[in-house]
Write a protein that binds this ligand. Structure first.
Ligand code: GLU
Length: 557
């Protein structure tokens, strides 16, 4: 029996050949330089910032070059699968405006290079495994769990590299007859790569391979010597094998993936070479890091850092544009400079490049995200923010949706408060913070939050508010209104101008700022807020007077 016959025995049902698949999945007709990228998430139900980070790179590369960005579901590990996970992936990415041109979509698969679920591609993978077996480049391995554990223990004892390779790969030189006999006896097996690397090379003699990484430049690493599993006992391939076949047949030009895959890159390179497929440009992105409380950089962790989950950003109500813009600042160091030079251009016009990506750790910083968010929200018209607030509350805070529905103009005026002029206010960050920031505009959420200034006695507060109410005219313009406050200050023993108070603090009880604060607290419940006059104009006369009256009632009680 020869290898060819062994391959037939293992895969009698596989009739297609590589030529057939080359015909079914021909090279894509795209213009020169167009990039084909893909996201290959495993449907585990957890979609995280790393997925978005990679997807954003994929999407930028494909979109900028007029190429294709497709979604391939890597569901070869059935133990980790979760119902509905594909919907979660698509919806979460869609929320951040990441759209796939091809692949698995909510409406079914789109495109000519499918199926886009790896679990539906078993026969395709097996065709190539069959070919490798026929060439003596892969073999059935009958090692049991116990035997593999014993090998690992022995390797630990003698401090040798772990794995099934060289002398440890007991079945790599099994005769096809012996293999056939065990198969016929029903002995369970997996298919392993018969690595062509030199397993017994002395350290000085190790063969190095060079790989051009799109982000990291030339990588030099020892060649692979491991006889990795390529097909599991259930006929489903491992990630190593599946992605190599898929990225070839789906004509991927750039494989953007996390740095955790760097260590298995030599395996992948060997597989590409043995299968005689052209190697795509691998782009290994940096690890996502954060500064911990003591200022040390560490990897973002699922257990410790809620901000690793994309749900976190949606729950908090970060606007997708803010998150996208933030991602760009982390991804390309020259983006911030570009943004300063082009404050009004859509960020999609920034020429994103993989060469400008850092390979040494991408630092995520929520404070920075918040700063960027403030700038981004300033560029979004209030009417659009109103829709965003409604969408967010409908999903995450349904109990407050009714505050906004039907009163869109009211919310738009609130959001626009202080946003015009040369020095616009920049205090809107995300939907949940916005709601906290503006909730005093809504009766059910209005409450007195801050104490009055220490230097204003209760009788003075009562006097100030009574005088304010008596002279209040909702039609007053801002300067008439403020002159009245100055007058109240003066006749109550407070300086009409802060600088007068600073010059002669002994002459006054305080200054006009303290008087305004008393009013501010009565109307807004807070000692800090945007312009009081503008707020009163939005609240309306009745509410303004009503709030002052109830504050007076409370102060008198
Ligand atoms: N299925 C792999 C993962 O979820 C994808 C790696 C890749 O993009 O090649 O980590």
């Amino acid at each position: 029996m020869n290898h060819q016959e062994l391959a037939e025995l293992l895969f009698p049902h596989i009739h297609k050949t590589r030529d057939d698949y080359d015909r079914i999945y021909p090279p894509r007709a795209l213009k020169e330089g167009a990039m084909v990228t893909r996201l290959g998430p495993s449907p585990t139900g957890f979609i995280h910032l790393g997925n978005l980070y990679g997807a954003f790179v994929d999407e930028r590369l494909a979109t900028q070059s007029g190429g294709i960005f497709y979604l391939r579901i890597e569901d070869t590990d059935d133990k980790r699968q979760v119902e509905g996970a594909v919907e979660v992936i698509i919806n979460s990415l869609r929320f951040f405006d990441i759209q796939f041109t091809e692949g698995a979509t909510l409406e079914g698969s789109v495109g000519d290079y499918g199926p886009y679920y790896q679990s539906q591609r078993a026969e395709i993978y097996q065709c190539y495994v069959k070919e490798l077996v026929a060439k003596g480049l892969a073999y059935p391995c009958f090692l049991t769990e116990e035997e593999i554990t014993a090998i690992r223990e022995q390797q630990e004892l003698t401090k040798e590299n772990p794995g099934i390779y060289g002398k440890w790969a007991a079945n790599r030189n099994l005769s096809p007859e012996q293999a056939a006999q065990w198969i016929e006896q029903g002995k369970p097996y997996v298919i392993r790569l018969k690595s062509q690397g030199k397993a017994d090379a002395s350290p000085e003699d190790v063969t190095m391979i060079q790989v051009e990484d799109g982000i990291r430049g030339t990588l030099e690493m020892p060649e692979n010597i491991q006889d990795v599993v390529i097909l599991k006992a259930n006929g489903i391939p491992t990630y190593h094998f599946a992605h190599v076949v898929d990225d070839y047949l789906m004509r991927t030009t750039h494989v953007v993936r996390g740095a955790e895959w760097l260590s298995s890159l030599p395996v992948h390179i060997e597989l590409f070479r043995l299968l005689e497929f052209p190697i795509p440009v691998y782009c290994h992105t940096a690890q996502l890091m954060k500064l911990d409380d003591s200022g040390n950089k560490r990897k973002l962790s699922k257990r410790l850092d809620p901000e690793l989950s994309l749900d976190y950003y949606r729950n908090e109500g970060y606007h997708p544009k803010a998150v996208r813009e933030y991602l760009l600042t982390v991804l390309n160091s020259n983006f911030e400079e570009w943004r300063i030079a082009n404050p009004d251009l859509p960020m999609e016009e920034f020429p994103f490049s993989i060469e400008k990506m850092s390979s040494s750790g991408a630092l995520f910083d929520l404070n920075k995200l918040q700063d960027i968010s403030k700038d981004v929200l300033l560029r979004i018209p209030a009417s659009e923010l109103v829709d965003f607030m409604k969408g967010w509350s409908a999903e995450f805070r349904p109990e407050i949706l009714s505050l906004f529905e039907g009163r869109e103009d009211y919310l738009a005026r609130i959001l626009d408060l202080g946003r015009s002029g040369d020095k616009p206010r920049k205090d809107l960050i995300n939907a949940s913070q916005i709601f906290q920031f503006i909730r005093y505009f809504y009766e059910d959420y209005f409450q007195i939050e801050d104490p009055a200034p220490d230097n204003v006695t209760t009788p003075d507060q009562i006097h100030i508010l009574e005088a304010y109410l008596a002279t209040y005219d909702h039609q007053d313009d801002q300067s008439v209104w403020f002159d009245k406050i100055r007058a109240i200050a003066e006749e109550s023993g407070y300086a009409a101008k802060p600088k007068d108070y600073k010059k002669n603090p002994d002459l006054y009880k305080g200054h006009v700022g303290d008087v305004s604060t008393v009013i501010r607290i009565a109307v807004m419940g807070r000692s800090q807020s945007p312009d009081v006059w503008e707020i009163q104009q939005i609240l309306g006369e009745e509410t303004t007077r009503g709030r002052i009256r109830s504050r007076l009632d409370w102060l008198k009680s």
